[in-house]
Design a protein around this ligand. Sequence first.
Ligand code: SF4
Length: 64
Amino acid sequence: MKTRVDHRLRSEAARFAFRFACDDCAHFEPDGGRCSLEYPAAPRRGALATDAADVELCKAFELT
Ligand code: SF4
């Protein structure tokens, strides 16, 4: 799901400790940096800290 990244999203993500990255997902294999479902492992932590205009959130994300 493509989501626009703007000041409000960055601010609220920091304020509410928004978890959305593979790094916080039950399907992420940190040793190899891979997704166990074999999706491209993205977005990664720090994705909101870039100049990107949007971020693609994974619908299979499961919080660990
Ligand atoms: S299921 Fe989605 S969010 Fe979870 S590790 Fe795989 S690609 Fe990342």
